[in-house]
Design a binder for this molecule. Structure first.
Ligand code: B1H
Length: 829
């Protein structure tokens, strides 16, 4: 019918099904030229690289459009339950190749570009990746929405369209310098702005009660507003004709906001006000794991969450009974960043829709579920009551009421156990009165999950044990996963081809089928081919590193890679100590360079701009690299490379080339890790602690195919309890002492002992993450790595088994777990 037709029009032409351009090289060329001429306004002969990139991207979009419109129509018609993923971060990576793959247009597009005399690789290189996330948490969100589309599950990803994503990292004299990431300067062909769909978001002001025909109600009288403008992005499923939506919000000043000030005649103030409003979506906070409690950040959180709930209610629930909301949506809270959505939904239900409190609370509880991504105490987000009350006064009242009701229930169950009440209160009193967002999420959420088995267990037993006792069955685990489309098929075409030749194509959507590769590990021809793919991936990486950073990479080296955010708990310092130990053993003449297994160490890591120790460690890595790489005594057998600005695009090159994956966090600190999964699935062996998802990787690949070292989490606890003295470990281990002394001597800082002194003394006298305690075990494990690598064939066999046994880590499986145990959102067939 016309009303339900995607175009919603009655003209006969509008009633015809929406179709993409003809699926042929000719059809593609025609549409491409059309886009170049009519959308970019240029002829091919005078087009810039950016024009051609845009026209190409738009052509891919055009093919996906019919599917997108059709999916939206069907969802309007059948009203299925869907997932609203609420995440402050989406670390998407480049879109062109992904969307070519999902639409099956790769070959057609390559041929079409060739016929137009265009090198499609140049188009690929033109795309600036949207870096709208910090690290694992943001990339996880991107993998999840890819999987949901591929599994035909209705989903909208809601987030913020930051004008500046994660900073661009440069090094000046080995030290990190941050540059703004102006990813939108040349525009983005993938976004669809909808200013007419803007939602108004309120802030500040005060609350009051009023009489509503005999009923006393509360209401919020806000002090100011901003407009949230949605930008839609296609999220295509892999070759299944499905397209979901990612909707990112951008802040602009409201007319009312400006007008009031304009009318006062203060033009400059009005423009300032506009800037103030638009600041909200200006920049991603570059903090991974340690939220800073800044007001602008709370503004960002409320801004996107309020816009998203309002958007869902207006565009999807529409006129349907609000009581049916739990049948239509689950809001998944990606960490605590969107948790202000809980009081916001309560406010909408109670203040705007006039539901009774209890009825509203019943609905709210069913509509939320919460994923925790950390254990670090400093990472558990709190907002001071003072700040929250100023910015969102009505929400603070609602949080107080939720807490009062909750603590009443706790009292009913456990009696007046004041210690317990204090421990479970959503409001903490020290060091300042504040709202514990993780507690609020736990009380409100229908389920609370950690992101790997060990993490979920520690969350239950160590971080929130009282809540686990109070809410039996609420806590669960969903181990993270990664999308095999981007991180195997696109990043590693050589390996993908090899796998497909062996076991067919089904593995890309059913990754457990990689198990069928196990027997191929015993096949010498397959091992040779696998080894050749790895070698080719290394050559490909070398080309990229030469082009982007001028690095000359040596052949015949083991590639040992540690890429992840720089954080003390991840222990990049342990890696540095290993390198310095090897270097010192050569330069002191105790070991012949010729007896050392040649290795290239690759680091990739950004430090939060305010995290001084992390930045110092970056400086040290670069300093060690300069000295080691230039020292002739090393005979080129050790090489340290630290390409700046590690991002998704670089990850896609580095990971497929790696031999060894460094996953060396202190046990109990890395919630999951997802890089670890990407490496294993690309045939790198892991050297790692029993932490996060490493535990599950090792269980799956087997001890023979994994280099385990270090204390277990209970051993870490015991050592802390016994009183950890790092200096004792320094005294007891000659190699450790020599490595630390060499750093302290100024050998890597032109003789200036002060430069890295804070690192050395931190390790000796504090060492929160027990680097020194795990050092000897790490060095021993590295010796086992060297020995194993010497047997190339056995190493390759292990690498193949890593690939074959890690199908579990597909984000499709993660999504299946969420769907079955938390969301209950069946696919739309
Ligand atoms: C993870 C964060 C994070 N955990 C605060 N927590 C942020 C916390 O901007 N902030 O304030 C940003 C990010 N990120 C990571 O999540 C874990 O450290 C990884 O172990 C895990 O694999 C990843 C995905 O679950």
């Amino acid at each position: 019918s016309p009303a339900t037709h995607p175009l919603g029009a009655t003209h006969p032409l509008a009633l015809a099904p929406v179709t993409g351009p003809a699926s042929s090289v000719d059809g593609f060329v025609r549409q491409f030229l059309r886009n170049l001429n009519y959308e970019r306004g240029v002829p091919l002969s005078a087009s810039s690289v950016n024009d051609r990139y845009f026209a190409l991207a738009m052509t891919v979009r055009d093919y996906l459009m019919a599917r997108w419109l059709e999916d939206l129509r069907r969802q309007r018609e059948t009203k299925p339950k869907g997932v609203c993923y609420l995440s402050a971060e989406y670390l998407l990576g480049r879109q062109l190749d992904n969307n070519l793959l999902a639409s099956g247009l790769g070959e057609i597009a390559t041929e079409a570009m060739a016929q137009c005399g265009i090198d499609i690789d140049e188009m690929r290189a033109q795309e600036v990746e949207p870096g709208l996330g910090n690290g694992g948490l943001g990339r996880l969100a991107a993998c999840f929405i890819d999987s949901l589309a591929t599994m035909s599950v209705p989903n909208v990803g809601y987030g913020i369209r930051y004008e500046y994503g994660i900073f661009r990292q440069t090094f000046v004299d080995g030290q990190q310098v941050e540059q703004p990431d102006a990813w939108l300067t040349l525009g983005s062909p993938w976004e669809f702005p909808h200013p007419e769909g803007a939602r108004k978001v309120a802030f500040g002001g005060h609350t009051e009660t009023y009489d509503d025909g005999g009923v006393t109600r509360s209401r919020w009288v806000p002090g100011w507003h901003v407009q949230a403008v949605p930008y839609n992005y296609m999220v295509p499923g892999y070759l299944n004709g499905r397209v979901n939506t990612l909707r990112l919000w951008s802040a602009v000043a409201t007319d009312a906001f400006d007008l009031r000030i304009f009318n006062s005649g203060d033009y400059e103030e009005a423009v300032r006000a506009q800037t103030f409003a638009e600041n909200i979506s200006k920049v991603l906070y570059p903090e991974d794991s340690t939220p800073q409690g800044k007001e602008l950040r709370l503004q960002q959180q409320y801004f996107f969450v309020a816009a998203s709930i309002s958007d869902f209610l207006a565009t999807t629930l529409g006129d349907d009974d609000i009581a049916t909301l739990p049948d239509r949506v689950i809001f998944q809270l990606n960490d605590t960043h969107p948790v202000i959505a809980v009081p916001e939904l309560m406010r909408v239900l109670v203040d705007e829709r006039h539901l009774e409190w209890d009825a509203a609370w019943e609905i709210t509880k069913q509509c939320f579920a919460y994923t925790c991504h950390t254990l670090l105490p400093e990472a558990l987000e709190v907002w001071s009551v003072d700040l929250l009350g100023r910015l969102l006064p009505r929400h603070l009242e609602i949080i107080y009421r939720i807490n009062d009701d909750f603590l009443d229930e706790v009292r009913e169950r456990f009696g007046d156990d004041e210690m317990r009440i204090r421990n479970m209160s959503i409001i903490s009193e020290f060091p300042e009165r504040s709202v514990r967002m993780a507690y609020l999420a736990t009380v409100a959420g229908s389920k609370v999950n950690g992101v790997a088995e060990l993490h979920s267990q520690l969350l239950r037993d160590k971080v929130l044990p009282d809540f686990n006792e109070f809410f039996p069955g609420k806590f669960t685990n969903v181990t993270n996963g990664i999308t095999p489309r981007r991180f195997v098929r696109l990043a590693n075409p050589g390996l993908s081809e090899l796998i497909t030749e062996a076991i067919g194509t089904g593995w890309l959507t059913d990754l457990e089928r990689l198990r069928e590769l196990e027997s191929y590990a015993e096949n010498p021809d397959f091992r040779a081919a696998f080894g050749e793919v790895k070698a080719a991936n290394k050559r490909r990486l070398n080309e990229v590193l030469f082009e982007r950073d001028g690095f000359e990479v040596s052949d015949g080296h083991m590639l040992d890679v540690m890429v992840k955010r720089l954080h003390e708990y991840k222990r990049q310092m342990l890696k540095v100590l290993h390198i310095v130990t090897q270097y010192e053993s050569i330069t002191s003449g105790r070991v012949e360079a010729a007896d050392i297994q040649p290795r290239t160490f690759i680091f990739g890591a950004k430090a939060a701009p305010g995290y001084a120790m992390a930045k110092r460690i970056i400086h040290l890595v670069n300093a060690v690299g300069s000295v080691v790489n230039a020292d002739p005594r090393v005979e080129g057998r050790l090489k340290v490379l630290f390409p700046p600005n590690y991002n998704v695009t670089l990850a896609e090159r580095v990971i497929p080339a790696a031999d060894l994956s460094e996953q060396i966090s202190l046990a109990g600190k890395e919630a999951s890790g997802t890089g670890n999964m990407k490496f294993a699935l690309n045939g790198a062996l892991t050297i790692g602690t029993d932490d996060g998802a490493n535990v599950e990787i090792r269980e799956l690949v087997g001890d023979d195919n994994f280099f385990l070292f270090g204390m277990s989490e209970p051993q870490v606890e015991d050592l802390w309890a016994a009183g950890y003295k790092p200096a004792d470990f320094y005294q007891a281990d000659d190699n450790l002492r020599r490595a630390m002394d060499l750093i302290a001597s100024g050998a890597f800082s032109d003789g200036d002992k002060s430069v890295f002194e804070p690192i050395v003394s931190n390790l000796l006298y504090d060492d929160r993450f027990m680097v020194l305690a795990d050092y000897s075990s790490y060095i021993a494990a590295q010796a086992r790595v060297d020995a194993a690598y010497a047997d190339t064939d056995a190493w390759t066999r292990s690498a193949i088994l890593n690939v074959a046994r890690c199908g579990f880590f597909s984000s499709d499986r993660s999504m299946r777990d969420y769907i079955d145990r938390i969301w209950h959102t069946p696919p739309m067939l």
